[in-house]
Design a binder for this molecule. Sequence first.
Ligand SMILES: [Zn+2]
Length: 172
Amino acid sequence: MHIENFEIALKKAEAWFKKTLTTDQMETYYTNLSFIPDAAIVDIVNEMIKATKPNPSQFPTINDFFSGWYKWREDHPQMIRKPKKQNCAECGGRGWLWFRPEPEDGCYPYEYVIGCEVCDNYRVDIGRKRKIPVSTRAKLEMRGYEVYPYDYVARRKKYKSIEEMAVDIGNE
Ligand SMILES: [Zn+2]
């Protein structure tokens, strides 16, 4: 965030709460809050003004600004840059491996999708919390599977419950 935008937002807060920060206080606020993007800071102050009585003792703390930022981030998911997938030779960078066993009687009995154990690119698609089975190309091939990189995003609709897939060959 540029300091000019920070000063505009803080002046607005000062006017509403009838309180003036010292230069030192202002610097401490800016040092702690400069990571907040320009687009967010005025919104955050406006929300505080809506929610709080105009009283000097209610002047938002740095922690209040953090809370305001978390809320803004939730309200504006489209403004937050998503983490990018890293290059990975194992899965072609997609984060997923698709595999199937040798055919039996000319048919493939099943096919599975599993997270790539070498990178964690699959996390970009499903978030940080969900626990899913992961493996490597080498482990799968050792068991006689055919293995291919898999584009989860493109085919998400086809496979809904990856958690259930391949539990028997997950983390070993
Ligand atoms: Zn990978």
